[in-house]
Write a protein that binds this ligand. Structure first.
Ligand code: GLY
Ligand code: MN
Ligand code: MN
Length: 440
């Protein structure tokens, strides 16, 4: 299995600590287990920031980073080994495993955190944490601080600065290392295979969930634990619902089906959309819309390179889509004016993409100092223009209504431009029709 190597987690912790102010401490909790119903739990997914710094896959754990601490800079609180619980729920690293296998300098049972952590915080001037994102943890943190404050008369020194960790950590996460790109390529490869499988399986009379099953099969077979987000399998007019997830309608002859789905490998997402005709052959109207979306995506790729700014790709898609809609008579007027008045938004109401990484809508600022961010090598993003003609849009001829097309690929910025990670699934009309014809 392709995964992030251990040494990379060490490197990340060191890089973060190098950016922290002197005499500070960073504290991050693992994701909590989420209850699904009664005693059934949701599949566990580690918190992305916690995973990024530790690779430690268990709940009930807390990372503590103390740059410059002589007795070890990286302390991990985690669950202890427990033969009875491990018999029921699976193996635990325990404190020894945290040191041996996960590079902690020191490890303590999570049950001892209230006794130990205030002592680690005491004397540090500044605390970095993900303030505001986990109310229960924020409350615990204040309790630990108050333990120190209550001993001030004995000379204890509580910290007096609290800083959001997000800014430092999320900027690091925005730049993908070679190892990260390798994992993202693998997630993309598996997701491409899943889309191909779904295209090949597409038949009128099946349900949207029939195609979702093909996706899930390929994801799991490729080693993915789960999709990176709820798969969207939207046939016919459902393709005009941007985050449709009901996935239970019948696939009809003559309709398009839009699939937006990607798997997650070692906590890295892929995010692919393809749109194809259920019966394997685009109608003239479907093809006309499809070709505009495809051309707009090509125009966007050309705007992704170092020194281009974040919004250039989006602007390119807006221009191609607006002029395409004018040519088809779906919009009337001058292209520049229609862009200025955002008339295209009746058909193209979302942005051309987002950062991609451990979270499908990944962290990282889109603007810096009020200006669109300039792209740099290693940034990963999606390129996903679309046109959606609402089923009840009375301003267009009936034949156009209910057509929804999105095409989405994942890219990483390179020195020369960008690498498309998701090229393994066809997207020209000819290639899609050929693939589908061969599967019939
Ligand atoms: N899958 C959600 C998105 O494309 O942003
Ligand atoms: Mn996306
Ligand atoms: Mn998507």
């Amino acid at each position: 299995m392709i995964h992030i190597p251990r040494a990379e987690y060490t490197r990340r912790r060191k890089a973060l600590m190098a950016q922290m102010e002197p005499n500070s401490i960073a504290i991050l909790p693992a994701a909590a287990v989420a209850i699904r119903n009664r005693d059934v739990e949701h599949v566990y997914r580690q918190d992305s920031d916690f995973q990024y710094l530790s690779g430690f896959p268990e709940p009930e754990a807390v990372i503590v980073l103390m740059p410059g601490r002589q007795h070890g800079e990286y302390v991990l609180f985690c669950r202890e080994r427990n033969a009875e619980r491990e018999l029921w729920d699976g193996l635990r690293a325990g404190t020894e495993g945290a040191i041996r296998d996960f590079g902690a300098d020191d490890a303590f049972p999570i049950t001892d955190i209230d006794d130990i952590l205030p002592g680690l915080i005491e004397g540090r001037d500044r605390v970095y944490s993900a303030m505001g994102s986990n109310a229960e943890f924020d409350r615990h943190l204040m309790e630990w601080i108050n333990v120190i404050r209550s001993k001030a008369h004995l000379g204890a020194q509580p910290p007096n600065e609290f800083v959001a960790l997000d800014h430092l950590l999320h900027d690091m996460r925005l730049y993908k290392s070679a190892a990260e790109v390798k994992v993202m390529r693998e997630a993309a490869r598996i997701s491409c295979a899943a889309h191909v499988k779904a295209m090949q399986a597409s038949r009128a009379g099946l349900h949207e969930f029939s195609l979702e099953a093909e996706l899930d099969y390929e994801f799991r077979k490729g080693g993915a634990k789960m999709p990176a987000y709820g798969s969207i399998v939207a046939a016919g007019r459902n393709s005009c619902i941007l985050h449709y997830q009901q996935n239970d309608a019948v696939l009809k002859d003559g309709d398009l089906v839009l699939i937006d789905a990607g798997c997650e490998i070692d906590c890295y997402a892929s995010d692919i959309t393809r749109t194809w005709p259920v019966n394997g052959k685009f109608s003239p109207e479907q093809k006309a819309i499809y070709e505009i979306v495809l051309a707009s995506q090509e125009a966007a790729f050309a705007e992704i390179a170092p020194n281009k700014h974040w919004n250039q790709a989006h602007e390119a898609t807006v221009r191609v889509i607006t002029s395409g809609l004018v040519e088809l008579g779906l919009l009337q007027g001058e292209v520049d004016e229609l862009i200025a008045s955002e008339a295209y938004r009746a058909f193209y109401m979302h942005r051309a993409g987002h950062w991609l990484g451990m979270d499908v809508h990944d962290v990282g600022e889109y603007k810096v100092g009020g200006e669109w961010r300039v792209l740099e090598v290693g940034m990963a993003l999606t390129v996903e223009p679309g046109i959606y003609i609402a089923p009840d849009n009375q301003t267009v001829a009936k034949k156009w209504r209910g057509i929804g097309v999105r095409i989405e690929d994942d890219v990483v910025v390179t020195k020369q431009g960008c690498e498309i990670l998701t090229g393994g699934v066809p997207k020209t009309v000819a290639d899609i029709e050929a693939l589908m014809a061969a599967a019939r």
